[in-house]
Design a protein around this ligand. Structure first.
Ligand SMILES: NC(=O)c1ccc[n+]([C@@H]2O[C@H](COP(=O)([O-])OP(=O)(O)OC[C@H]3O[C@@H](n4cnc5c(N)ncnc54)[C@H](O)[C@@H]3O)[C@@H](O)[C@H]2O)c1
Length: 159
């Protein structure tokens, strides 16, 4: 993979997060009980969802593409390098996919992997990200939920 400028933003809730809540979340992560959401199940999001699942976390993938959601829930794959048995193994370990954002309320960590195509000025179009953020914002997220936003400005392919 070529070097890229991966920028990770941690967007914290505007509410004050108590030390107890942070400690509870840390404990959940250590015990692999933290529920992880991956929004955008494409070339970046799906492998990431599988990685967290392999690490023992309960993972829910969110995508607006109903075909991707139904394919994953049926144990199939739509990415050449990812086999159906890999998906099935992850599903047996708790991976599921949905297009229903109301599920986001139950999540402890949210990772956004939606497209950032280049616009006519060769700058990343962040409208998918802002759109997703707006969709999430209307949900009453628990105050300790962490949001991570992964943006790759260079648009490099993975291989
Ligand atoms: N593909 C790569 O090689 C690569 C490498 C490094 C970084 N990136 C970056 O990672 C991010 C994701 O890239 P990708 O290649 O995985 O894109 P992709 O097009 O393969 O997947 C994006 C997914 O997001 C879904 N989506 C779009 N809007 C949504 C919404 N509002 N809610 C839920 N799902 C939504 C799409 O249906 C699609 O499944 C981009 O910012 C890209 O620049 C990609």
């Amino acid at each position: 993979m070529l070097e890229s400028d991966l920028i990770i933003f941690k967007i914290m809730s505007s509410q004050t997060v108590s030390a107890t809540r942070v400690s509870e979340l840390k404990s959940k992560i250590e015990q692999r009980q933290a529920r992880v959401a991956v929004i955008g199940l494409g070339y970046v999001g799906l492998p990431l969802a599988l990685l967290y699942s392999e690490q023992g976390f309960p993972v829910t993938g969110f995508d607006i593409d109903d075909l991707k959601v139904s394919t994953l829930n049926a144990g199939g794959s739509y990415i050449f390098r990812i086999t159906a048995p890999e998906i099935q193994r992850a599903c047996s370990q708790g991976l599921s996919a949905t297009s229903d954002y109301s599920e986001i309320e139950r999540m402890d960590a949210v990772i956004i992997c939606v497209p950032t195509p280049l616009n006519e000025y060769h700058e990343p179009d962040l409208s998918y990200i802002t759109g997703t953020a707006e969709s999430i914002e209307i949900r009453p997220l628990p105050e300790e939920t962490f949001l991570k936003l992964l943006v790759d400005w260079t648009q490099q392919p993975l291989s």
